[in-house]
Ligand binder design. Structure first.
Ligand code: ATP
Ligand code: MG
Length: 245
C-alpha cells in the first residue's frame, strides 16, 4: 500500500494580482513529519501557508490536503491553524476563546474540559484563562493562538511563526509536545520561523527566497550539502548561491 502524503503541493505558482510571489513550489509532507519553512521576510512563507489552507487559489499548480483539493470546508476541521496575526476575541476570556474555536473544530462537549486543560497546559496559560484577552501581553496572545490550533487534536498543524514571543523555557516545552504529537500520534506539522534553533528541530526544511524553494532537505543533509555545521550558514550560503545565478 502506498502512503498518501498529508499535504502535497505540485508546481504551485501563487501571487497577488499581477505580482508573482511563489514560483514552481513542490512539497510533500507525510504523517508524523515536521516541516519548517524558513526564508527572509517577504519571501513567500505566509503565502505558501495560505495556499495550503485554501485561503488563496493557486494561479497554477495544485494543493492537495488529505488527498482533497483545497479549499474544502470539511478539511478545516482537521487542520489546527495558527495565523501569523492573532485572530482572537479581545472582549472574551482566554477560556471563552478556546471553547469557541474548539466548538467550531467539532470538539465534543464531553471532551471540552479535558482538551481545554490540555491546550492551556502546553502553552502555560492556565492561570490566565479567566482574564479577558484584552489584558494579555503579545506573547500571551501568541500562546493562546497556539492553544487554539492544538485544542481539537487535529492530524495536521499549520503554524505561522508559532514561537514568536515565546520564552526559551516554554519554547522547549512546546517543541517537546510537537515532537510527541508527530512521533506518537502521526500528526503532520508545517511551521514557519525566523529562529534557526526551530529550524534545527524540524525533520525537513524548505528555504524560500524570492518566491523560490532554494534548498530542501533534512537539517543534516543540508549541512552536508553546504559543507557547514549550522543551518544559519546553509541559509546564508544558499542565498549567496541564488544571487550568483
Ligand atoms: N494580500 C497581499 N496583496 C499583495 N501582496 C501581498 C499580499 N500579501 C503578501 N504580499 C506580498 O507577497 C510577498 C510574500 O509575502 P509573505 O507574507 O508570504 O512573506 P513571508 O515570507 O511570510 O514574510 P514574513 O517572514 O515577513 O512573514 C511580499 O512581497 C508581500 O509584500
Ligand atoms: Mg509571514
Amino acid at each position: 500500500m502506498s502512503i498518501q502524503p498529508v499535504v502535497k503541493v505540485t508546481a504551485l505558482q501563487q501571487g497577488y494580482g499581477q505580482k508573482i510571489v511563489l514560483s514552481d513550489i513542490d512539497l510533500s509532507l507525510n504523517r508524523g513529519q515536521i516541516l519548517a519553512l524558513i526564508g527572509p521576510s517577504g519571501a513567500g512563507k505566509t503565502t505558501l501557508i495560505r495556499s495550503i489552507m485554501g485561503m488563496i487559489r493557486p494561479q497554477s499548480g495544485q494543493v492537495l490536503v488529505f488527498n482533497q483539493p483545497v479549499p474544502d470546508r470539511l478539511l478545516l476541521a482537521r487542520i489546527g491553524f495558527m495565523a501569523q496575526t492573532d485572530a482572537l476575541y479581545e472582549s472574551l476570556t482566554g477560556a471563552e476563546n478556546l471553547t469557541f474555536f474548539a466548538k467550531m473544530q467539532g470538539v465534543k462537549q464531553t471532551q471540552m474540559t479535558e482538551q481545554l486543560r490540555y491546550a492551556a497546559h502546553v502553552v502555560d496559560l492556565q492561570s490566565a484563562l479567566d482574564q479577558s484577552v484584552r489584558t494579555y501581553s503579545g506573547g500571551m496572545k501568541r500562546r493562546l493562538s497556539l492553544a487554539i490550533a492544538l485544542i481539537s487534536k487535529p492530524p495536521l498543524l499549520i503554524l505561522d511563526e508559532p514561537t514568536i514571543g515565546i520564552d526559551p523555557e516554554l519554547r522547549r516545552k512546546i517543541w517537546h509536545e510537537l515532537h510527541r504529537l508527530a512521533s506518537d500520534q502521526g500528526v503532520a506539522i508545517i511551521l514557519t520561523t525566523h529562529v534557526m534553533a526551530d529550524a534545527e528541530e524540524a525533520d525537513v526544511l524548505m528555504m524560500i527566497r524570492n518566491g523560490n524553494a532554494i534548498a530542501q532537505g533534512t537539517p543534516d543533509q543540508l549541512k552536508a550539502n553546504y559543507h557547514t555545521d549550522s543551518i544559519e550558514a546553509v541559509f546564508l550560503a544558499a542565498g549567496r548561491q541564488q544571487d550568483a545565478r
